[in-house]
Design a protein around this ligand. Structure first.
Ligand code: GLN
Length: 327
């Protein structure tokens, strides 16, 4: 079955999701990174970006928050773009861990394999793979420029968050050295760790995350700029990774309930991709025990039901015409 949705129905659904979730008080801010503990708890925003570039928003969608683990998505895509999807599969993997995002045991259980670029181990490994683009630029510029292209507007590190993370990331340091021991760091391990820490500290808005998600949904062409950011064949690859491990040990529960591939971060952001249809993002700082935003999950689950976005269902949504790449 095909269900046609348009700007009006998506806009109404966003408003209804916001009203449905705004009084939710569950969860608490991440506190293992001191900066995140102090972000206002009641911030809440939801954004949708359609394939024609229309951005629909409700709530605090222009507030800049730490992207955290949602940054694993662009860097995984960049690694696949620079090498190939198969090379990322070979060097890192594409399996669910079923364990927390910072699990060291997952590395040991997988016989030295970081499993997937969407957990800390695989993300640090992916950072070590990234190549500089252009002669004067470094790896870091490649990462920032790629996210900027995906989101359609500039992103910047939140310095205080970066300091806060760098001062406390002892577990991630262990992961980087363990991976080095297993030959899964493809450059200097402490540099890879620093790139990872910095990318987690990038500030983004829910509007930017929804646009980045829409670029993925649109086969690599950013619908707001018309620019091709990555090869179309990588959309199903990255969406499969998001579906497999986007909520860590709660991923199965999430997929069972929503059928919506998405990726969370401990800053409170979640980005969801409905391939060929739209990009969605929600943001609210309080998290559940696995580090996923309680309100953002609730809002996206509401939208998945309301707009019938479940990828495993028999209904397929269509919206506005997609934007093709500029010549
Ligand atoms: N920077 C955080 C960490 O490595 C990201 C974790 C997350 O968002 N799940 O611990």
């Amino acid at each position: 079955m095909i269900r046609k949705i348009d700007k009006t129905s998506v806009g109404e659904a966003l408003r209804a999701a916001y009203d449905h979730c705004k009084t939710e008080t569950g969860g608490k801010n991440a506190d293992y990174i001191p900066y995140l503990k102090n972000v206002a708890q009641n911030l809440f925003g939801i954004a949708a970006c359609l394939p024609d570039g229309t951005l629909l928003t409700v709530g605090d969608t222009e507030f800049r928050f730490g992207i955290e683990s949602v940054s694993k998505v662009p860097t995984a895509l960049l690694a696949m773009e620079q090498y190939s999807d198969h090379e990322v599969l070979r060097k890192i993997g594409a399996d669910a861990t079923g364990l927390p995002f910072n699990s060291i045991m997952a590395i040991l259980l997988e016989n030295d394999h970081p499993s997937t670029p969407l957990v800390n181990a695989g993300a640090i490994s992916a950072c070590s793979m990234i190549k500089p683009v252009g002669e004067s630029a470094g790896k870091w510029e490649s990462i920032v420029n790629f996210l900027t292209a995906l989101a359609g507007s500039p992103v910047e590190v939140i310095d205080e968050l970066y300091r806060s993370e760098s001062d406390t990331n002892f577990n991630n340091r262990s992961i980087a050295w363990l991976l080095k021991n297993y030959g899964r760091i493809y450059d200097d391990p402490m540099m890879a760790l620093d790139l990872y820490t910095r990318q987690c500290s990038l500030g983004v808005t829910a509007s930017q995350l929804a646009t980045a998600a829409a670029t993925i949904a649109n086969g690599g062409v950013n619908p707001t700029t018309g620019k091709r950011v990555f090869r179309a064949e990588l959309t199903p690859r990255i969406v499969s990774l998001m579906a497999t491990v986007g909520f860590y040990e709660h991923t199965g529960d999430w997929l069972f309930q929503t059928g919506l591939p998405a990726k969370s971060g401990v800053g409170g952001g979640i980005m969801a991709v409905v391939p060929g249809v739209m990009g969605l993002a929600a943001f609210a700082p309080p998290l559940d025990a696995a580090g996923n935003s309680v309100k953002a999950q609730k809002a996206l689950a509401f939208l998945a039901r309301q707009l019938e976005l479940n990828l495993f269902g028999t209904t397929r949504c269509t919206v506005a015409e997609p934007v093709a790449a500029k010549a």
